[in-house]
Design a protein around this ligand. Sequence first.
Ligand code: SF4
Length: 233
Amino acid sequence: MEALRVGGLTPMTTIDFPGKLAAVVFCQGCPWRCGYCHNPHLLEAGAPVAHDWSAILALLQRRRGLLDAVVFSGGEPTLQSALPEAMTQVRDLGFELGLHTAGMYPQRLKEVLAIADWVGFDVKAPWDRYDTLTGVPGSGERAKASLGQLLDSGVAFECRTTWHAGLYSQERLLAMGAALAAQGVRRWTVQGCRLPAQLMRNGAPVDQSFPTDRLKALRGLRVGLRELGAQAA
Ligand code: SF4
């Protein structure tokens, strides 16, 4: 089997796995094409790897006792059939395992949930808005199925949403948060999107400010607020 294809590495971070000192492995490849993607260099699955997997394992061997965890991020980690074996190798070195995923491969997600300790799950939009956002038909159904797997697994997780007014309204964002809470999601973090040109209206940025009552409604849903709070009207 081909080794995990890695497009980037952060040797140490305190913000990618709550409460843990972690390294982040950025897996190469993602089949979706979100307009706001901040890692476009990681999208092509066949791009040359930036790091050999064996070199990363050697680095982690030297970091035993210094780091708590390793987070598999991307791109989309669950794209690669090598992911379960790679995660198992890292667990065998004594690290806890984090995973960042948008949930596009529910079956592989189910496989790795058996060994993962924490998941950051990207909820991009109401399920019926996914196709527009990702450019891929059926993407919302896949993400929805993956969230179901995650809820059933008992693995600790957080949902994250990057909201942009150009694609759906504040009302739909609030309704989405309420629906997630009703499904059993207990942590949901919302952050504002830095809009690329194609998501602007008439050449001007879409107003992303949140009226105070809506911010209160978001807080009522017990969400974490990044950036949106600073943009409150
Ligand atoms: S799912 Fe993530 S990595 Fe893939 S295109 Fe969207 S934002 Fe980028």
